[in-house]
Ligand binder design. Structure first.
Ligand SMILES: Nc1ncnc2c1ncn2[C@@H]1O[C@H](COP(=O)(O)OP(=O)(O)OP(=O)(O)O)[C@@H](O)[C@H]1O
Ligand SMILES: [Mg+2]
Length: 533
């Protein structure tokens, strides 16, 4: 007789089987998962780069998914009046081995300033040490987060000792993304380099000279306001040099100023253009780089009424005038002044000098005013790139500057150069040192060097001198052509008198028939009883 299994036993069997299937499935999934992990780990070990790319893609997806909530939490965007919903800016994320780049929209409530304000929170959320916001274009902002500051590590370099291929620009260092940062030389007549003591200003000059000294198309004028030994090894390559002796510095600057006037007078005739940068510097018309380190030394006026103080202040006034004119008028004749100072503020370097400089570079500063002095008011809008943040020994050699074609300001790691190597380059290239004024006279023998126009104080002195110099003024025709020499003096009524005497043009014209382009007073003291004050 057959026995029918009880229903309870059948159900129990089914449940048991079901549990077994679940258990088996679970074990299979677990095993599969473990195996897949094992295989993935093995593949990652074999192809670490692909693994890194996958990891970055995952990270970018995660950041993109978290962005709407993060933007809302940080108040980026605006509240839609109709739907009452928060509108957050669209964002696209890319992760790389150095950090995260987010290209975000600039909308109401999420402009450059808003992103800059929350940069610290973004850095914390993304696991970065810094996040910098930069306007890429209208309506587009780039947020760059870095896991580790790439500019922290000093970088040593070996200089090649060969002449640069182009004198359009010189190499300053590396940007945060590792790209090379070049600083414009062409069409520049003034550069201000500011920064606290010991942060790399003079090292930068050594680097600059290491690059440019091998070129016969560059001559240097080196003035060291510190008066120490910093420039001793650089001086052999300098056309003119001076330390902190103000009289010496005045003489040097007068010579450069005179060169500028001569070049202005002869450029059209000599080069056939009115801007030397259209042809570029050459050994016969070299770029003249005037480096004035610790420049504030030469612009410091003293208080008091004693004769020494007055004499000092007159000297300072003349130095300011010479530097200002070199920066204002030197661009088209390839004369460039670099002012280095620990304090670039208005009381250290007169603002009329500083504000005419096209290039500004700032190492660490203690105050925002110091940064503004070197980089301009705009640096106030970029607190994340402020040189004030570099005031840490780890940032010695890191500078902030603006770059052509790239908005905002950029931090740059300048290289540490071997001073012995620079000295060797200087020694090897000392033979290239030449007097640009002499070169000019050699090339255009018809052009005669005129004595420099004396400063007001000197005019009085000169009038007392028994051997008062005759004073000549060059006049330039509007087009390449002859130059007219004028003599001048003052009448009894103290009115300036000018009269053409002869033409000293290179083409040999000898009649005073050329009409001067403009008339100006010449400060000839001869025949003058009362030179104008
Ligand atoms: N680019 C750099 N990278 C790393 N260290 C640097 C760099 N430049 C300079 N240093 C270090 O800082 C020191 C001081 O540099 P430097 O003499 O150029 O400073 P400075 O700004 O000219 O100071 P001061 O205003 O007192 O003349 C150097 O001796 C060097 O050790
Ligand atoms: Mg220095």
């Amino acid at each position: 007789m057959r026995t029918i299994p009880p229903v309870g036993t059948l159900a129990g069997l089914l449940v048991g089987l079901w549990l077994l299937v679940i258990l088996g499935g679970g074990v299979a999934v677990l095993a599969g998962h473990l195996l897949a992990r094992l295989l993935r780990a093995r593949r990652d070990r074999r192809h670490p780069q692909q693994a890194a790319v996958r990891e970055r893609t995952r990270q970018a997806r995660r950041l993109a998914a978290e962005w709407p909530l993060l933007a809302q939490t940080l108040g980026l965007g605006y509240r839609d009046q109709w739907t009452r919903q928060h509108r957050f800016p669209a964002a696209e994320f890319v992760a790389d081995d150095q950090g995260v780049t987010a290209t975000v929209a600039a909308i109401a409530g999420a402009g450059l300033a808003d992103y800059q304000q929350v940069a610290g929170y973004l850095a914390d959320t993304w696991g970065c040490v810094t996040v910098r916001a930069e306007q890429q274009g209208p309506g587009l902002i780039q947020l760059r987060g870095l896991h580790r500051d790439p500019l922290l590590a000093p970088a040593r370099i070996d200089l090649s000792g060969t002449a640069p291929a182009s004198l359009e620009s010189w190499w300053l260092g590396w940007a945060e993304d590792g790209s090379l940062v070049m600083i414009r030389l062409a069409e520049v007549s003034g550069t201000v380099i500011g920064g606290l003591a010991g942060f790399g200003k003079t090292m930068l000059v050594a680097h600059l000279l290491g690059q440019l000294a091998p070129s016969p198309a560059v001559q240097f004028v080196l003035i060291d306001g510190k008066g120490g030994p910093d420039y001793d090894r650089l001086f052999p390559r300098a056309w003119l040099l001076a330390k902190d002796d103000l009289d010496q510095v005045r003489d040097v600057l007068r010579k450069v100023h005179r060169l500028m006037i001569e070049r202005q007078a002869s450029i059209a005739q000599f080069l056939g253009v009115t801007d030397a940068w259209h042809l570029g510097p050459s050994p016969s018309w070299p770029l003249v780089v005037v480096v004035i380190d610790e420049a504030h030394t030469f612009f410091h006026e003293r208080k008091g009424t004693s004769p020494e103080v007055k004499a000092h202040n007159a000297l300072v006034a003349e130095l300011s005038r010479l530097v200002e004119e070199l920066i204002r008028k030197g661009r088209n004749v390839a004369i460039q002044v670099m002012l280095l100072t620990q304090r670039a503020t208005g009381d250290a370097i007169p603002t009329r000098i500083r504000d005419n400089c096209q290039v500004g570079i700032s190492f660490a500063t203690r105050t925002l005013d110091g940064a503004v002095a070197a980089l301009g008011e705009e640096i106030r809008q970029h607190p994340d790139a402020s040189p004030v943040l570099l005031n840490d020994p780890a940032y010695v050699g890191v500078a902030v500057t603006s770059l052509p074609g790239r908005p905002g300001f950029h931090r740059v790691r300048t290289p540490l150069v071997n001073r012995h190597q620079v000295a060797a380059i200087i020694r090897a290239t000392a033979g290239l040192r030449a007097d640009p004024a002499g070169l000019l006279a050699e090339q255009a023998p018809g052009l005669r060097v005129v004595p420099e126009m004396p400063a007001p104080g000197d005019a009085a002195r000169a009038s007392r001198s028994a051997s008062a110099r005759s004073c000549l003024e060059w006049w330039l025709k509007p087009s390449p052509g002859p130059v007219l020499v004028m003599t001048a003096g003052w009448s009894r009524s103290r009115r300036p008198v000018t009269a053409p005497t002869r033409c000293a043009c290179a083409v040999g014209c000898s009649t005073p028939t050329h009409r001067p382009v403009r008339s100006a007073r010449c400060t000839r003291p001869t025949g003058s009883r009362t030179p104008p004050s």
